[in-house]
Design a protein around this ligand. Structure first.
Ligand SMILES: Nc1nc2c(c(=O)[nH]1)N[C@@H](CN(C=O)c1ccc(C(=O)N[C@@H](CCC(=O)O)C(=O)O)cc1)CN2
Length: 286
């Protein structure tokens, strides 16, 4: 079997075209969706993601305020900036790029963002709403993964979804989103025994461990859908995922590449959440 490659890039382009129209409509009603992105420090990867968010906003017509501050910023100063943005009517979404420097407590920062402007979907109120199946801002990478699978018309209900990885921003929430769609979900992580025995039972295998080439063909059931969330930079400078792509291609029915798979959907769903937030502000139902 040769798997079909799911192009996140193509899906993102299509979704952004639809978003452009939504934004034009909102503008004609007097509202321009606004996103504020705070970047603390000078991590090169974070810089590049923030640049991508700015570019995405420009593409669909969202007002973007990128705030870049040195790593010496105090936690109090950062919390003060969030307070101002919470009270700014031109801003519908607030995002603090992660990871943060060690002297700033991530949890405190996330909890300071108003849940109504938490377009990252990281605030405990949005996490709780998602877990209980209520309307919530969904975290962008898990939301993008769900969207990708749904747009390929892949059945989720009753399927065995195995998630490898249990981070707060990808592993845990992506399992919950698939559970909300009536999948049977199993989580695996670094302490899981007999990993292969579990991953080979997956109809949909989602890998988010951040270890290059961690999953090979021996881990994959013939015909499974393989979603690779890893973005690992090799010493050669080349990017690769957590799955050995060529091996996945041999046994899976669908597979996402790295780059160009899940990644482009992360920023696209952030734009989507920002537009949703602006719509909620003026009482437009989705
Ligand atoms: N506040 C947040 N911080 C972080 C998040 C997040 O959702 N919110 N996620 C990641 C980083 N991230 C967005 O912020 C992100 C990661 C990867 C990509 C992406 O497009 N990847 C490309 C490859 C990019 C490259 O060439 O380096 C791909 O996979 O094709 C976009 C956004 C952590 N922090």
């Amino acid at each position: 079997m040769t798997a079909k490659i799911i192009s996140g890039k193509e899906i993102a382009t299509r979704l952004r075209e639809e978003m452009k129209l939504e934004v034009e409509k909102l503008k004609s009603q007097g509202v321009t969706p606004g996103l504020a992105v705070i970047l603390v420090g000078d991590d090169p990867a974070s810089h590049s993601y923030v640049k991508g968010k700015k570019k995405g906003c420009e593409e669909v017509g969202i007002y973007n305020r990128s705030i870049e501050v040195p790593a010496t910023l105090t936690e109090e100063e950062l919390l003060g900036m969030i307070d101002e943005l919470n009270n700014d009517d031109s801003i519908h979404g607030i995002l603090v790029q992660l990871p943060l420097p060690n002297h700033i407590e991530e949890k405190k920062v996330i909890e300071r963002i108003s849940p109504e402007k938490d377009v990252d979907g990281f605030h405990p109120i949005n996490v709780g709403r998602m877990m209980t199946g209520q309307k919530a801002f969904l975290p962008c990478t898990p939301f993008g993964i769900l969207k990708m699978v749904q747009l390929q018309n892949i059945d989720i209900e009753g399927k065995h979804v195995v998630v490898v990885g249990r981070s707060n921003i990808v592993g845990k929430p992506v399992g919950q989103l698939f559970l909300n769609e009536n999948a049977t979900v199993t989580y695996c992580h670094s302490r899981t025994k007999d990993l292969k025995e579990i991953t080979t039972q997956a109809d949909i295998l989602i890998v988010a461990v951040g270890r290059a080439n961690f999953i090979g063909k021996d881990h994959i059931k013939e015909g499974a859908v393989v979603i690779d969330v890893g973005v690992n930079r090799l010493e050669t400078g080349k990017l690769c995922g957590d799955v050995i792509f060529d091996e996945g291609l041999e046994v899976a029915s669908y597979i996402t590449p790295v780059p160009g798979g899940v990644g482009p959907l992360t920023i696209t769903m952030l734009l989507y959440n920002t537009i949703e937030s602006a719509k909620q502000k003026i009482g437009v139902r989705s």
